[in-house]
Each structure stands twice: as C-alpha cells, then as structure tokens.
Design a protein around this ligand. Structure first.
Ligand code: GLV
Ligand code: MG
Length: 341
C-alpha cells in the first residue's frame, strides 16, 4: 500500500479541523456497553448505566430493525444532549458505509453531538479505503461544526477481507482508536459452519492420540478465534491503537463469556463489549488487573527503578521485558483506581 509521508500523516484533513492525536488519550475501556437508543425505557436508564461502565455505546447497526433506524439515531442524539457522561466514553456504532443509513448517521450525529462523541465504531471495515473515506468526511464535519477534539474511529474486524487487510486498517490514520473482533459477522463472511455469536464450538478441538489400555480419548475444545484475535492484537499494538474482543451472545453461559473475555485479556485486548447488563460485571472483573499481579508488578518496578538490568524476585528472573509487562499492569491498575468502579 502507498503510504503518506511522515510529515503529511498528522496533518488535519480539512482546514479548520482539529489536529489529529499523536498519542491516544489514556482512557479505561474495559467494557463497551451497547444500548438500543430507539427504546425509551433504555434511554431512561442511560445516565445510571453510564456511571457503572467505562464506555456507553448507542447502537444504530445490526440488532436495530430497519424501520427503527431513524428513531434510534434521533434517540441517541436526544439522550446524548441531555446527559453528562463525566469520565465515561460516549461511542456510537453507525450503520455501515454502503447501507442506506450510514451517511445520515455520520452527518446528523456530527452536527448534533459531534463535540460529545468520543468514538465512532465503523462496522464491516474491509480495508484502509473505508477508514480514509470516514476520516476525510469527519475532518470536514469537524471543521464545519467547529468541533475542537477529533472524533476517533474504531473498526469492527468482521469480514474475511478485513482480516486480510487488518494491518493496513490499523495503520490507515491517526484517527484510529482501535479495533474489535466481530465473531458473528466474521463467521458468516468466512462461511464458518456455526450459528453463534462468539465463543467455542463443541466440535472444534483436538482429540488426544489413542493410548494402549485407555479406552477414553480426551477431546479438548479450542478457541476458534485465537488466530484472528492475535493477528488483530499484533496489528493494533504495532500501530499504537487498542484491540478489543467484541460480543458474546450466549447470555445463559456466563462462565463461557468469562473464559472468552479472559483469553482476549491475556493475549493483549483491553476490553470487550457488554450486550447484557450482567456482562458489565464480567468484563470489569476480567479486564481489571488481578490484585496479586498488581502487587507483584509493583515489586518488579521497585526492584528495577530505571527499568534496566536483572533482578530475582521469588526465584523468578526479571529484566527489561518483564519490567515493561509490569508497567502495563500497574498503569491499568491506576486507571481502575481513578475510575472508582
Ligand atoms: C459484531 O458486530 C459481530 O458481528 O460479531
Ligand atoms: Mg457485526
């Protein structure tokens, strides 16, 4: 792919648009909580839920019926204008760029609540071209509406072509915030033989070799999302943006949700979506660092004040690399403490 020159990469894309960020703002985003803004009862709960979550997201895309799309957009504008979100992020998932609603989602939201919106989640991103289009349009709208802070773009990785182009998507613009794995659409796009929203499958796993004298062979389920998730984490981290696991659709299986979120956390993701209120607590638990790990990480940092050299702690070797891992955990713990929930 032809890239912009280093000097041009950070130039605003419209006269009067704010400067793009060089580093992303440091924010806690353990859970992105989805709500359907066309439902009045749900809108009424927003101020309360916003206090319990790191990010609240008005969903305009899939799961919103076609006949309710405009009402959902209007409902989001209404509740966003009326609510003080404090240090909770306000995001929207717009309809995709080739849908009948995508353009109006972008233009109407930017006109009405562009200064309040932190992040636009863009579904079904196929390549850098989708990001470039939205990037340019957002810069024009920021300039037109005198918006002082750039609205960031978060891509959903949920098509086979998107996965092929994940590195180009991550690197497409300084407006990129991060990416979420979208296992439901990705399964459809890839022709996977499943009917689920994330999680494992009872037939996807490994059967142990036969052993003489042992009649039962162990079958262990594997994580079908492992390859894509790690590919996405590498693309994101290489570009200084944030990776997330997306939705877990089986609300009757909290343990499986926790296990899926935990795999994502251990492999580098910073958060996941919550589609049901009970997933808020699961994400909070999983994506907050473990107190024992925090205590150990603090000991590493104290043992190596300038981050170099090597020390032994409880018989385990620590060096510059473990110091950096420790720093990730300690920084996260500080953000959690500041958030207070
Ligand atoms: C999310 O949008 C998904 O398709 O999994
Ligand atoms: Mg999807």
């Amino acid at each position: 792919m032809q890239n912009k020159t280093a000097r041009n990469f950070f130039k605003p894309l419209a006269v009067g648009a704010p400067e793009p960020y060089r580093e992303l703002p440091t924010t806690l985003e353990r859970m992105i909580h989805f709500f359907p803004p066309q439902v009045e009862k749900m809108r009424a709960k927003v101020p309360d839920i916003a206090k319990q979550v790191d990010v609240i997201l008005g969903n305009l895309e899939d799961a919103i019926p076609a006949d309710d799309k405009e009402q959902a957009r209007a409902g989001l504008i209404e509740v966003a204008q009326a609510t003080d979100f404090g240090n909770t992020g306000l995001w929207v998932r717009i309809n995709c760029l080739n849908s009948p609603w995508g353009l109006d989602d972008i233009t109407e939201l930017m006109a009405a609540i562009g200064s309040k919106l932190d992040v636009i989640m863009l579904p079904k991103v196929e390549g850098a071209w989708d990001i470039h289009y939205l990037d340019q349009l957002l810069a024009q709208l920021e300039a037109k509406h005198n918006i002082k802070k750039p609205v960031l773009i978060h891509a959903i990785l949920e098509t086979a072509e998107g996965v092929n182009n994940v590195q180009d998507i991550a690197a497409a613009s300084p407006r990129m915030h991060g990416m979420s794995l979208g296992p439901a659409d990705l399964a459809a796009s890839r022709g996977m033989k499943t009917t689920r929203v994330g999680g494992g499958h009872p037939f996807y796993g490994m059967l142990a070799d036969p052993e003489e004298g042992v009649s039962e062979r162990n079958f262990v389920q594997q994580d079908p999302w492992h390859y894509t998730l790690v590919k996405m984490v590498d693309a994101c981290m290489a570009c200084g943006i944030k990776p997330f696991y997306g939705p877990f659709g089986d609300f009757s299986d909290d343990e499986a949700c926790r296990a899926q979120f935990r795999n994502a956390f251990l492999l580098g993701c910073v958060g996941a979506w919550s589609l049901h209120p009970k997933q808020i607590a699961i994400a909070r638990e999983v994506f907050s660092p473990d107190p024992d790990e925090v205590a150990f990480a603090k000991r590493i940092i104290e043992g190596m004040p300038d981050g170099t050299g090597a020390v032994m702690i409880d018989g385990k070797m620590q060096d510059d690399a473990t110091w950096k891992q420790a720093k990730v955990i300690v920084d996260l713990a500080r953000l959690v403490e500041e958030k207070g929930v």
